[in-house]
Design a protein around this ligand. Structure first.
Ligand code: FHN
Length: 446
């Protein structure tokens, strides 16, 4: 009996060692890339594809129940002659952004790059015939901008994307298909992106279309019947084998899976999950929130819910104060240009970042925050307080336990009165020194 127990123990130990050995251990290059990513803090998301022609967002194929064979007419007149990669990269740079994440393929399945394993690409299916991703890559290189690729695992065009999940069910495709053939196609595309383009990482999306066991989403369809396995770890290993520094994030709205290098929160601050896309919790990985400038990702002609410069900057500081990056989206129009209003807002953000960038880049989540009023970042001996809602002059702050050398208004370096209290520190910002967008105060610690 004792011998059997010993064998079971040894077997258990062996198995756990094997599991432990299989665990993903990021390389030093990957850890360095993560550090770069966290320091960079601010990026531009670009949702662009043939769907922009219809001016109804990137979900138009699903939302208007457009059959795949009709949708395939769209690329035949996609000819964005005003697209200028350099102009977009320069705009991102002017806004203070350090990286760009571009939709290499969205749910509609059309590759916006020169995919050799598909005929459904911007080169082979459109009169434009130019590799958009390559143009962005070149412009990014020239302007010292890093490039990430968004890749939709969900595909409303591919016949082998079967059994289907809860979306793209009315695209008129045959009710059959080979899931493993689809995965092979997906991995082949991911491989060519990793090998042929100078990218910094992958931003995956669409996993949720096949997610098993979710009760609260889109109840009208029982998508649990599909629940296909994405073999994520195989895909992730392939990417890291090609280049271990490539950062992988997946917008599955769950806690990060094995092999992932950063965690994202859609239209939400980390951990808030007000939209249902925010994720289950906050991991130790680098964090990134993504947000729209109006309420759409892809170009939407009727979207008038434009966020003001003030709203955008206030969301930015809340994101940074939560220790996360922000990926702010633009959805170019069918001609390739970005809407003037978005350009103007990005320029205003750039002006703000020119002044306050020091309180953002390379910082970490700060020790002080007051829900609905302020957040903070921290770097070396400084804590930067970002007040986005101030309706008084004296504010009591908790969390500033270290000795304070001085407190100053960041923009003009004038001294701010401060005094220890029972709870923490009381600082006094005279009304005339308060800013209508964000009042930034620097606390210099001893
Ligand atoms: O369905 C997509 C959507 O079109 C868009 O790409 C966003 C970006 O975060 N992600 C998905 C929804 O979670």
């Amino acid at each position: 009996m004792k011998t059997i127990s010993l064998y079971i123990c040894l077997l258990g130990l062996l198995c756990s060692t094997m599991v432990a050995q299989e665990r993903y251990v990021p390389s030093q290059e990957n850890l360095d890339a993560r550090e770069w990513f966290e320091d960079a803090r601010f990026g531009m998301f670009i949702h662009w594809g043939v769907y922009s022609i219809l001016g109804d967002g990137e979900w138009v194929m699903n939302n208007q129940d457009i059959p795949a064979d009709r949708y395939r007419l769209l690329p035949t007149f996609f000819n964005p002659t005003a697209f200028d990669a350099e102009k977009i990269v320069t705009l991102a740079k002017e806004a203070g952004m350090k990286y760009i994440t571009f939709t290499s393929k969205h749910h509609d399945g059309l590759a916006m790059y020169d995919s050799k394993v598909s005929d459904y690409t911007v080169i082979k299916s459109t009169p434009y015939q130019k590799d958009v991703l390559r143009m962005l890559e070149q412009a990014c290189k020239k302007h010292g901008m890093k490039l990430f690729v968004y890749y939709s695992q969900l595909d409303w065009n591919h016949p082998d994307f079967y059994p289907r999940g809860w979306t793209g069910r009315k695209t008129g495709r045959p009710e059959s298909g080979d899931w493993n053939a689809y995965l092979a196609y997906q991995d082949a595309q991911i491989k060519e992106l990793a090998e042929n383009y100078d990218i910094a990482g992958f931003w995956f999306d669409g996993w949720w279309d096949q997610a098993p066991g979710k009760e609260d989403w889109h109840r009208e369809v029982d998508y649990r019947i599909s629940g296909n396995d994405w073999h994520l770890e195989k895909t992730y290993s392939m990417i890291h084998d090609i280049n271990s520094a490539l950062l992988i994030g997946n917008n599955h709205h769950e806690m990060p899976f094995e092999g992932e290098d950063f965690q994202m929160f859609e239209k939400d601050l980390p951990g808030k999950n007000t939209t249902g896309f925010g994720g289950a919790g906050i991991s130790q990985l680098p964090l990134e929130s993504c947000q729209t400038m109006n309420s759409s990702w892809g170009f939407n002609l009727q979207d008038t819910k434009e966020k003001s410069e003030k709203e955008l900057i206030q969301f930015m500081v809340q994101t940074f104060g939560n220790g996360a990056n922000l990926l702010l989206n633009v959805g170019p129009m069918p001609n390739g240009e970005i809407q003037t209003q978005h350009i103007n807002n990005l320029k205003a953000i750039g002006d703000w970042m020119d002044i306050y960038g020091q309180t953002i880049y390379g910082t970490q989540k700060g020790p002080v925050s007051i829900e609905g009023s302020m957040t903070s970042t921290r770097k070396d001996n400084s804590v930067y307080l970002h007040f986005y809602q101030l309706d008084q002059q004296k504010i009591e702050l908790n969390g500033l336990d270290a000795k304070i050398k001085e407190v100053i208004l960041f923009k003009d370096k004038s001294k701010i009165k401060h005094k220890r209290s029972n709870q923490g520190v009381v600082i006094e910002i005279p009304t005339e020194k308060q800013d209508s967008i964000v009042t930034v105060v620097e606390v210099v610690l001893k």
